[in-house]
Design a binder for this molecule. Structure first.
Ligand code: AMP
Ligand code: GLY
Length: 425
């Protein structure tokens, strides 16, 4: 099979790394890829948002399966265009990708499906939004309806903070049109996790849960990032909680999306808050999490290619997944300054030594090859991924690999999986 993976981050490196191991694979491309992905796939110089160029490439090269990593091309209709052209694709239609593209749509679908989630209101008027906030009181959460690169959320602990968020998002349009509509919702208290299921429009197959670390600093301090590290499985999602998440947050959504004429195909990523009253939905994303994908791929023993193909062909009911017993953990190395301004094009050394640590795979997120050297090109640059007999062993291995890197302009959090450590795992 000839496969095209779309994207250029650590998630796409993990997917390519895993697909490369498939005996069914004949050729693997990644658009646009990065320097690490080039070791397992052929990079194609087409940006992930250029959906028409990607479609043309897939047609010319008779691609058997397109696997879409990030949300932007999905929201822009890449999966629809592939399907219309007779190309198999793993990823939701633009209509279904609105679950991530519009928080208001996501909340309306969750309400229709009866999914346990925060109460909410949708607003296009500033005064109405503020009146709702005053009536409900703090803590309360203010979100832009549209995509705002993961930054359009203010968890407001006070009324003033919430009212200021409305001014910032809707008044000052800090996130542009994404703030034309706001979702204001209940603050949920508990422990957060990322839960993943594969869907083919009808069937949903649980993958696994992971725990991300969104803040940039140790102890969950500092600004939000795309994710500074993850591990899986996570102790907060017991088998009972996983069943409850499938029963209350995944299966009813898949049924409702089908009934709405927007069947959901692809990976469904549910952000879940495990509260004292059980798991509650925070949000859906229409893709694998990054860096969560890295630990899921490290743990998955099954061949990924026939699984994604079954998702694309509506045959997930035939699939059972096999997982390794060992937990996996990923430490993200970012360029100093991230998530603010950071230096680019700094040289990274020690990659081979880091990758030689037992159980470790160094996945690339933002790298390029220049004059024979690997350079950092993004904010999140590497995902040092390790498996081990326990979370602590995986963590020791990952940090041993981090310490072998020679990249003074990089940094990482030193406390990934602290919640598991606190539980003695
Ligand atoms: P999002 O960009 O929607 O992923 O939200 C960013 C983060 O805000 C989430 O990962 C949560 O930690 C937090 N968050 C979002 N919604 C809520 C909520 N209703 N209650 C508490 N925290 C929330
Ligand atoms: N790591 C969280 C995300 O991919 O959205």
């Amino acid at each position: 099979m000839k496969v095209l993976v779309v994207g250029s981050g650590g998630r796409e490196h993990a997917l390519c790394w895993k697909l490369k191991q498939s005996p069914l694979l004949t050729r693997l491309w990644c658009a646009p890829g990065n320097a690490g992905i080039a070791a397992v796939a052929e990079n194609v110089a087409i940006a992930a948002e250029k959906v028409d160029e990607l479609l043309a490439f897939a047609l010319i090269n008779a691609i058997d399966l397109v696997v879409v990593g990030p949300e932007a091309p999905l929201v822009a209709g890449l999966a629809d265009k592939c399907r219309a052209a007779g190309i198999k694709v793993f990823g939701p239609s633009a209509a279904a990708a609105e679950l991530e593209g519009s928080k208001g749509f996501m909340k309306d679908m969750a309400a229709k499906a009866g999914i346990p989630t925060a109460w909410y209101g949708r607003f296009t008027d500033m005064d109405a939004a503020k009146a709702f906030i005053r009536a409900k009181g703090a803590p309360i959460v203010v979100k832009t309806d549209g995509l705002a690169a993961g930054k359009g959320v203010v968890v407001a602990m006070s009324l003033d903070e919430a009212l200021a968020a409305v001014d910032m998002m809707m008044g000052d349009k800090v996130f542009g049109d994404a703030g034309n509509e706001l979702v204001i919702e209940e603050f949920l208290d508990g422990e957060e996790c990322s839960f993943f299921a594969l869907c083919d429009g009808v069937t949903a197959l649980p993958l696994a849960a992971a725990q991300d670390h969104k803040r940039v600093g140790d102890g969950d301090t500092g600004p939000n990032t795309g994710g500074m590290g993850a591990y899986s499985p996570t102790p907060v999602v017991t088998p009972e909680i996983q069943d409850e998440i499938m029963r209350t947050s995944i299966l009813p959504l898949v049924r409702t999306m089908a009934a709405e004429g927007k069947p959901y195909t692809g990976v469904l990523f549910a952000g879940i808050m495990v509260t004292a009253a059980g798991p509650k939905l925070l949000e859906y994303n229409v893709r694998f999490g990054d860096p969560e994908c890295q630990v899921l791929m490290a743990r998955l023993r099954s061949d990924l290619l026939p699984v994604l193909l079954a998702g694309a062909e509506g045959r997930l009911h035939d699939i059972t997944l096999d997982w390794r017993d060992e937990p996996a953990l990923v430490v993200v190395m970012a360029a100093r300054g991230y998530p603010g301004a950071y230096d680019k094009d700094t040289v990274i050394g020690g990659l081979d030594a880091a990758g030689a640590v037992e159980g470790v795979t160094v996945l690339h997120a933002g790298t390029a090859l220049k004059d024979g050297k690997i350079i950092a090109t993004g904010g999140r640059v590497l995902g040092v991924t390790a498996i081990g007999a326990t979370v602590s062993e995986a963590r020791e291995r990952a940090y041993a690999a981090v310490d072998r890197l020679d990249w003074p302009q990089g940094f990482c959090r030193r406390d990934i999986a602290w919640r598991a450590m606190a539980r003695g795992l």
